[in-house]
Structures are given as C-alpha cells and as structure tokens.
Ligand binder design. Structure first.
Ligand code: VGL
Ligand code: ZN
Length: 207
C-alpha cells in the first residue's frame, strides 16, 4: 500500500511566517489535489519548545543562518519558528485535513533538531512514524511539503533507509534555498540515495 507524507505545511513556513519559504503557499492546492488519490495520509508538524537550541535567539550574539555545534551536531541557526501552541505552528488553513491518519510532531527536544519526520538529527529519538506505516502495510511513500532542502530531504532519506519505495513529489515542495543551488543539490542527493523523483501530474495521471 502507498502513503502520502505531508511535511511541515505550517504557517511559519508560508510567506509572512517566521521562516518563510518562497512560494510555500503554492504547494497547498497541489497537495489537496494529491490527497484525493491516497487512502493513507500522514503528516509531520515542526513543534518546538520556545527554548529550542535551533533558534538563534537562544544563543546570545548569534544570527539566523550561522552554524553552531549543538551538543555534538552541526546546527544551522533559525529564526524562532513553529513554537508549540503558536499560530505559526498551525497547519496552513487551506490544507484539507479530513482524511489524515496521524500527525507526527518533531523537534520537541530542545537539545537536538529534527528535520526528518522519522528520526531526530542525531538519530536517537524516533517519532514512531516508520513503525506506524509498516504496521499499516505501507511499503511505498510519496513525500511532499516544506522544505525541499531540509525537512522534506531528510524525511525522504530516512524513508529510503527504512526500505520504503520512496518518491519525492517535486512540484508539491518548495525549498528554503539559503544558497540558491540548495534545491537542485537536495533533489540530486535524494535521487542518488534511491528515491524516485516524480510530479503530481504524473501521479494523478497514473493513479
Ligand atoms: C524546517 C528548518 C527548521 C523545515 C524546519 O520544515 O524544512 N526547516 N525547521
Ligand atoms: Zn524547525
């Protein structure tokens, strides 16, 4: 069985939000169309405590975009975003959510960031999403959402490592692009790892 994984389509990643992804809102109608073709949909939600170690504001003198060592892992510092219970952490209001099986929250441990919807960046904590999908009989996953070069990429790489037949729905994602080449590099990296790069058009045509 196939599943759709919707990554972090939250207000803070939409234009006007704290960590806005350019054209982030453009994925919403595409994802809504995709959702009608999947019987099994799971969703990830970036869900940080206010004192999270990935926030530049929690490191005196540091600015967003700077790199630090966070308890042994390299960490990009971000603006304060997706704080638990805030409007910025809510899903985009236009996103249809009628048939979601489960939401997996991540980034809740202040000491380690969590880009992937499966594991934190140190691969210590586990959201349970992998087991949830396997138990339901899911063997192929289609990943979409925000952002291509961070949470989508790491979710795809972990899905491959968990031996799901993994597809990136390229047009249903947008990138942060701290460097303008990051989106292309991320897609190449996902493909090299064994993911299939596809588009919503191709999926809707075939299913
Ligand atoms: C994300 C940076 C920080 C993402 C989340 O959803 O791609 N990026 N937290
Ligand atoms: Zn985050």
């Amino acid at each position: 069985m196939k599943a759709l994984i919707i990554v972090d389509v939250q207000n803070d990643f939409i234009p006007g939000g704290a960590l806005a992804v350019r054209d982030g809102d453009k994925v919403v109608p595409i994802i809504n169309r995709l959702q009608r073709h999947f019987d099994f949909i799971v969703v990830t939600q970036d869900w940080h405590p206010a004192d999270h170690g990935s926030f530049a504001a929690n490191h005196p003198g540091k600015q967003p975009g700077e790199l630090i060592d966070l308890h042994g892992l390299q960490q990009v510092l971000w603006p304060v975003h997706c704080v638990q219970g805030s409007n910025g952490a809510e899903f985009h209001p236009g996103l249809v959510r009628d048939t979601w099986k489960r939401v997996f929250r991540k980034g809740t441990d202040r000491d380690v960031d969590s880009y992937s919807g499966f594991f934190d960046n140190g691969r210590r904590g586990n959201t349970g999403m992998g087991e949830f999908l396997k138990k339901a009989g899911v063997d192929s996953v289609f990943v979409c959402g925000l952002a291509t070069d961070f949470c989508v990429k790491y979710t795809v790489l972990d899905a491959v490592s968990l031996e799901f037949d993994t597809h990136l729905v390229k047009d249903a994602c947008r990138a942060v692009n701290l460097d303008p080449a990051d989106e292309v590099k991320a897609i190449e990296q996902m493909q090299a790892a064994g993911a299939t790069i596809t588009t919503s058009e191709e999926i809707l045509r075939r299913l």
